[in-house]
Design a binder for this molecule. Structure first.
Ligand code: BES
Ligand code: MN
Ligand code: MN
Length: 458
């Protein structure tokens, strides 16, 4: 590897990353579809500049995938690099210290939507690749890139594509840098991701909104009925009231629990710096790591209904809806939980209300074996560059396509260079600039070390 690459090129690299982060590629908002395409084009230009042998936009019914192949190096292993160029909506805008799409460095950090999730990390992979190219643009091994634009909105473009063309996942290792260190100075690989069942619950109690004086006292209020239903779905003790849900959960092994107990964990810091609350919720009989890694959740993301404009309107709303999701752990499936949620909502809704569950997207939970040789290679790269091997942990978050990435047998390395307080999906999302430099070096070293491995036969 060109060891001086990062030191020498820092300024150029930051400029390039800024131009990527300036594109508001919010995949879930239809108004930003053009921006998603611009982010894909930005990547296409970059792969072309890096002399990739194949650079293609894979189209589907949604935001396109960027696919790029390095020049082939016969007899050498292949690494498939996955990432996403789309980001979450930046709201609430007034809580950003600097605008979400105007990347800004303050102190040791770079602030922008997508700084760590996932554009900043995709950037470290691109630059790691650049750092190992020889003068002809040839890397020491084969690298394929698949960078999608619908990870944050649960789109199907990449699912459809990999169902049609599973051979794209043929590789000796899949590298996913879309998460972070367990703690500052402690890199991680992930043994499980939670799955997801995202839906809207719609409730109608009247044919039309009514005067709250004339009919107040008798007419069923849709917002009130919805709130009661939501409160019934989860108790104050944190228990989700979906029949059979917990019976299906496969608990972590004793060895896993033992390992988790050995991880450094400071509750006070966790509450103050990450959760930013003075209390924690959920099933008290389980540890915080079990609650965030090994148990299902039910969250309300938003409630629509009634009058929320300025001023006061005296009205009884006829309809209301909530966006909700459940996180799923091993033992649960998206389809199973979807059906159970539907059944529970119908059972909880009052007979005089019309309830409807509209599924938006979902993903099965995934468990990953971390004993393939590629994990040892990643460990060596981290050890050489940042002086520490990875710890095995789980993630509370989801990456829907991960099961498919490993479907033809390649080990999937879930890792990253984010830090716990980066604020993914929150206002003032950031990445520590040093983590970008370390990421470029670690992944560059990973490519070099992987190049010395024997390619697996297929
Ligand atoms: N990078 C995250 C997933 C993640 C977060 C993994 C933290 C590990 C630790 C990813 O971009 C994400 O946010 N995924 C969504 C997927 C969902 C929309 C299906 C999520 O988890 O909410
Ligand atoms: Mn992500
Ligand atoms: Mn995300």
């Amino acid at each position: 590897m060109d060891t001086g690459f990062v030191t020498r090129e820092q300024e150029r690299l930051l400029g390039e990353l800024f131009s990527f982060l300036r594109i508001p590629s919010v995949s879930t908002l239809p108004a930003n579809a053009g921006d998603c395409r611009r982010a894909a084009d930005w990547l296409m230009d970059e792969f072309t500049r890096l002399k990739c042998a194949k650079v293609t936009l894979l189209e589907g019914k949604g935001h396109p995938i960027v696919w790029a192949e390095s020049p082939r190096v016969p007899g050498k292993p292949t690494v498939l690099v996955y990432g996403h160029y789309d980001v979450q909506p930046p709201d609430p805008l007034d809580e950003w210290i600097s605008p979400p799409f105007e990347p800004t460095i303050r102190g040791p950090n770079l602030y922008a939507r997508g700084a760590v999730d996932d554009k900043g990390q995709v950037f470290t992979l691109l630059k790691a690749y650049e750092s190992v190219l020889d003068a002809d643009g040839r890397p020491p091994l084969n690298v394929n890139f698949i960078i999608e634009g619908e990870e944050e909105c649960g789109g199907d473009v990449i699912v459809d594509r990999l169902n049609l063309e599973p051979e794209r996942t043929h590789a000796d290792a899949v590298l996913v840098a879309d998460m972070g260190y367990y703690a500052p100075g402690i890199p991680a690989v992930y043994t499980a991701l939670r799955g997801m069942c995202y839906a809207e619950i719609h409730l109608r109690t009247l044919e039309r909104d009514l005067h709250s004086g004339t009919y107040g006292g008798v007419a069923p209020n849709a917002l009130e009925a919805l709130c009661r239903l939501l409160m019934d779905l989860k108790g104050v003790d944190g228990r989700i009231h979906i029949r059979g849900l917990y019976d299906q959960v496969v608990p972590p092994t004793e060895a896993e629990l033992e390992a988790w107990r050995g991880l450094p964990f400071n509750v006070h810091e966790y509450m103050k710096e990450e959760v930013t609350s003075t209390a924690l919720t959920g099933l008290k009989e389980y540890s915080i790591l079990e609650r965030t890694w090994a148990l299902p959740t039910f969250e309300i993301h938003g409630i629509m209904g009634g009058f929320t404009g300025e001023g006061a309107k005296t009205v009884i709303p006829s309809k209301a809806a909530a966006k909700v999701s459940l996180r799923l752990v091993p033992g649960l499936t998206r389809d199973g939980v979807q059906a159970a949620l539907e059944k529970t909502v119908q059972a909880l809704a009052p007979t005089w209300a019309k309830a409807e569950v509209r599924p938006l997207h979902g993903a099965d939970p995934v468990e990953v074996d971390v004993d393939a040789p590629a994990f040892a290679v990643l460990d060596r790269a981290f050890e050489e560059v940042v002086g520490r091997r990875t710890v095995s942990v789980r993630a509370g978050g989801s990456i829907p396509i991960v099961p498919k990435l490993g479907m033809t047998g390649a080990p999937v390395l879930l890792t990253g260079v984010g830090l716990p307080d980066d604020g993914l999906h929150s206002p003032n999302e950031k990445i520590a600039v040093q983590q970008i430099w370390d990421g470029i070096r670690v992944f560059g070293r990973f490519f070099e070390l992987m190049a010395e491995e024997k390619p697996t036969k297929r």
